[in-house]
Design a protein around this ligand. Structure first.
Ligand SMILES: Cc1cc2nc3c(=O)[nH]c(=O)nc-3n(C[C@H](O)[C@H](O)[C@H](O)COP(=O)(O)O)c2cc1C
Ligand SMILES: Nc1ncnc2c1ncn2[C@@H]1O[C@H](COP(=O)(O)OP(=O)(O)OP(=O)(O)O)[C@@H](O)[C@H]1O
Length: 293
């Protein structure tokens, strides 16, 4: 059984504007960072960190602009878009990294038709009053994803904002991405997911009779046994079922809304430590390229 997203009601520590209509009147110039940011993984965290530093140096607030639902699910792309976290959790994680507000843009079919020019002129410059825009070097936008970082640079010069593009954070030959994390979960490798997220993959759900029910569309590890942390404290063996519920194999469990973090793989399924190579994370001190206006 699926439930309505319980974590969507988690209060964020910063304002969340649902649509451009909720951008407060009198909103001044700001630094924007753009993208889906599902899971707020380590690559996202570094990008957000660059935006926060830029905001500090310009004395401007930082607004994270995100899209929901995932654009790929609207344009019919063949891509797994299972949610690594809810919108509420996305906002909470972004707030913890120092953003001042979140702007959630409903990604509709109509919105997808906007050209890069129209999006930059109307949404970024006029409505959100961008002074600077910070994105990863692979960012695309506008109808058919036709706009690239170079397009954004050109449009920024025309509409009065500076574009900064960040080198993508990677580890060895893995580029940290939400897609990579969904792949790790599909393989049941929750430890690899933890490395990319920078924390264990967490699901929020409702616990009843030792069975945790999660919101429809939530990314769960492949069916099988794992070790998990219940409510941040209690280590418990769990079993992800084919029905996409999680059985918790312990007694004296609470009932109601709980969080579960997947911390351990099934040992039989994943090679032990010596077979699993570790790489240093490439985090060059300053990974952002900019341009002068
Ligand atoms: C105004 C706008 C229109 C878009 N239209 C399309 C589209 O027609 N087809 C598509 O595949 N993606 C479209 N996208 C999605 C982008 O290519 C991209 O996935 C999105 O901006 C999120 O960036 P990210 O994937 O780097 O997080 C559009 C994005 C924006 C902002
Ligand atoms: N590894 C990374 N390092 C730095 N920035 C990144 C990284 N991955 C994505 N970004 C940037 O973060 C923003 C949000 O990107 P997005 O949500 O598409 O990330 P993603 O992890 O690639 O997602 P997906 O795999 O679902 O496409 C974009 O500006 C994107 O360029």
């Amino acid at each position: 059984m699926a439930i309505a997203d319980p974590a969507a009601v988690v209060p964020s520590r910063v304002p969340v504007w649902h649509g451009l209509e909720e951008v407060p009147a009198g909103h001044g110039r700001c630094v924007l960072t753009l993208g889906v940011f599902d899971g707020v993984h380590r690559g996202h965290a570094r990008l957000i960190g660059e935006a926060v530093r830029l905001g500090e140096s310009r004395g401007l607030p930082v607004v994270l602009v995100t899209f929901t639902p995932h654009p790929a699910s609207v344009v019919g792309a063949r891509k797994d878009t299972a949610a690594l976290c809810s919108l509420g959790r996305r906002a909470e994680l972004a707030a913890a990294l120092g953003v001042d507000a979140i702007c959630v843009l409903p990604f509709t079919r109509e919105f997808a038709q906007l050209s890069p020019e129209k999006f930059a002129a109307t949404v970024l410059a006029r409505k959100l009053r961008a002074d600077a825009v910070v994105v990863g070097e692979n960012f695309t936008f506008g109808h058919r994803g036709a706009g690239t970082v170079d397009t954004l640079r050109r449009l920024g010069r025309r509409h009065g904002f500076t574009t900064f593009s960040a080198v993508l954070l990677r580890e060895g030959d893995v580029r940290f991405s939400s897609t990579h994390i969904r792949d790790c979960l599909r393989r049941g490798d929750v430890r690899a997911a933890t490395r990319a997220l920078g924390r264990p993959h967490r699901v929020d759900g409702v616990l009843r009779d030792r069975e945790l029910m999660v919101a429809r569309g939530t990314a769960l590890p492949a069916p099988g046994p794992y070790t998990a942390l219940l409510a941040e404290t209690r280590r418990v063996p769990v079993w992800v079922s084919e029905r996409r519920t999680v059985a918790i194999e312990a007694t004296d469990l609470p009932s109601g809304a709980v969080q579960l973090e997947f911390v351990g793989n099934r040992l039989a399924e994943v090679p032990p430590a010596p077979d699993r190579r570790r790489h240093d994370v490439s985090e060059p001190g300053r990974a952002v390229r900019s341009e002068s206006r």
